[in-house]
Design a protein around this ligand. Structure first.
Ligand code: NIG
Ligand code: FE
Length: 407
C-alpha cells in the first residue's frame, strides 16, 4: 500500500540518521522542509521532497491532500502506566477537597488501591482495558510508547502486567517498550518490612521477569515516603545483571538524592523532577541520562513544573512524556503535554515538538527508528488540519488539530 501526502505546508522531524537526540540550542531547530510531499509504503517512509519535485508517473494507492497542514513524526511517550485496572476518581475527589498525594498514599490509597483492583482483574480484562487506552493515545498521535508495570507488587501480578504489555506490543502497530516497576510502592502485606520487600524484588521478581524476557528497562519510585537512594542503588545493580537499564522516578515529591544514584547507574532517563534542585543540572550535563519532565502530572496534581527552560539553556536534551496513570495524571494527551511545556516551562514550539518526538524516543533508546522522519523507517506520522504555523499546535490547546495519523 503506497500512500502519498501532498501539499504539506511544512514537514517536520527531518534529521540525519546519526542524530539520536537534540541537546540545548539544537532543540530549537525545526529540521523541516516547506511545501513538501511524503510517500509511505505500508507505513514506512519511502521518500519525501519539495512539491516542485513531486514524482508524476508513480502509482500510489492513495493520495492525501494535506491542504497546507503540517506533517510531523508521531509522538514518543517515554513514560506511561497505561496498564491498570479501573480508575481512581474518588481519590481525586479527596484531592479536590485538599488532601495531598502523600496523604492519599498514607491512607492506603493511591498505588495500593490500584494494586488491589489489579489483583482482582483477570489478565484478559486488564488487556482489554489497557488496549482501549492504547487506542486512545494513538488517536491523539502517539506512535511509540513505554509502559510500566508497578500495580502488581507481588511476583505473580507483576508478571501478569508485563505479559499484558507484551501482548499489547504484539497486537499494536506502534512500538511498545516495557519497564519493570516492582518497586513502585511497598505492597500492603509488606508494610513495615520495606527491606524484605526490596529483597523480594531483587531475589524473586527480577529473576522471574528476566527469565521470561518481559522487560526492557527497570524503574524504581525513588522518593520521600517510597524507596531510598540506597535501596534504589541495590535494585538497579541487581537489574543490571539481567541487562535491564534504569529509567527512574526521582525528585517528584522531594529531592532525596535519587538522581545521583541514577546517574551512577547510567540511567537512560530520570523522570518527574518536579522538585529537582537546579544545583543538579551540572551532574546531568556530565552524564548521558535524559531528564524527562511530565507537565501533565504537575497540572493534574498541583505540583511545581520541572525546570525545562533552565535545562535546555544549560545544554541538556530534555524529553517530555505524559505519565498517563490512574492517580497523578489520567491523560496520555501529548498535544496537551506540548502546550504545558510551552506555557508552564517556557519551551518554544520547536523545542516542545522535539521534546515529545526525538528526545522522547531517545529516553526509550528508540531514536534510531522513532521520533524523526527518515527514509526506510516507520516512526508513525501525524498530519494536521491546515494551520497557520507550528506555534498554532501548542497554542490551540483544545482544538482537535490532528487531521489524520498513519501507523
Ligand atoms: O508517576 N510517582 C509514582 N507513580 C505514578 C503515580 C502512580 C499512581 O498514583 O497510581 C506517577 O506519578
Ligand atoms: Fe510515573
Amino acid at each position: 500500500m503506497r500512500t502519498r501526502i501532498i501539499n504539506i505546508k511544512t514537514l517536520y522531524g527531518l534529521r540525519p540518521s546519526s542524530c539520536l537526540r537534540l541537546c540545548g540550542a539544537d532543540m530549537g531547530k525545526p529540521y523541516s522542509l516547506d511545501n513538501a510531499w511524503l510517500t509511505l509504503r505500508n507505513g514506512t517512509v519511502e521518500d519525501y521532497g519539495n512539491m516542485d519535485t513531486l514524482p508524476v508517473d508513480e502509482h500510489c494507492d492513495e493520495v492525501v491532500d494535506a491542504h497546507g497542514g503540517l506533517v510531523m513524526p508521531a509522538f514518543c511517550d517515554s513514560h506511561t502506566h497505561i496498564v491498570y485496572a479501573g480508575s481512581r476518581e474518588h481519590e481525586w475527589e479527596d484531592k479536590v477537597r485538599g488532601l495531598s498525594y502523600e496523604e492519599v498514599a498514607k491512607r492506603g490509597g493511591g498505588i495500593l488501591n490500584s494494586a488491589d483492583l489489579l489483583h482482582q482483574t483477570s489478565e484478559y480484562e486488564l488487556y482489554e482495558q489497557a488496549m482501549e487506552r492504547l487506542h486512545e493515545i494513538m488517536d491523539k498521535g502517539t506512535g511509540c510508547v513505554e509502559i510500566k508495570s508497578g500495580y502488581g507488587l507481588n511476583t505473580e501480578d507483576e508478571l501478569k502486567m508485563l505479559r499484558v504489555i507484551r501482548r499489547i506490543a504484539e497486537a499494536s502497530p506502534i512500538r511498545v517498550v516495557s519497564t519493570f516497576l516492582g518497586a513502585h510502592a511497598v505492597a500492603r502485606n509488606y508494610l513495615g518490612r520495606q527491606n524484605e520487600y526490596v529483597d523480594l524484588v531483587i531475589n524473586e521478581m527480577l529473576p522471574a521477569v528476566a527469565s521470561e524476557k518481559l522487560a526492557d528497562f527497570v524503574d524504581v519510585f525513588c522518593d520521600k515516603g517510597f524507596f531510598t537512594p540506597e535501596e534504589t542503588d541495590r535494585m538497579l545493580n541487581a537489574a543490571a545483571k539481567y541487562g535491564m537499564k534504569p529509567k527512574v522516578h526521582v525528585d517528584e515529591l522531594a529531592s532525596v538524592g535519587g538522581m545521583q544514584v541514577c546517574i551512577k547507574n547510567k540511567a537512560v532517563s530520570v523522570d518527574h523532577l518536579e522538585n529537582m534542585s537546579a544545583n543538579d543540572i551540572p551532574a546531568l550535563k556530565a552524564s548521558d541520562t535524559i531528564p524527562t519532565l511530565l507537565p501533565g502530572t504537575s497540572f493534574f496534581s498541583n505540583m511545581p513544573y520541572g525546570k525545562g527552560r533552565a535545562m535546555i539553556d544549560a545544554g541538556l536534551a530534555v524529553a517530555m512524556a505524559s505519565d498517563y496513570n490512574p492517580g497523578s495524571t489520567p491523560s496520555g494527551d501529548m498535544r496537551f503535554v506540548m502546550s504545558l511545556a510551552c506555557m508552564k516551562m517556557r519551551l518554544l514550539p520547536e523545542e516542545a515538538l522535539n521534546a515529545v518526538t526525538i528526545n522522547g524516543a531517545a529516553a526509550m533508546c528508540q531514536s534510531s527508528t522513532h521520533g524523526s522522519i527518515r527514509r526506510g523507517e516507520r516512526p508513525g506520522i501525524i498530519m494536521t488540519k491546515p494551520v497557520p504555523s507550528l506555534a498554532f499546535v501548542p497554542y490551540a490547546y483544545t482544538t482537535p488539530w490532528i487531521a489524520r495519523t498513519f501507523f
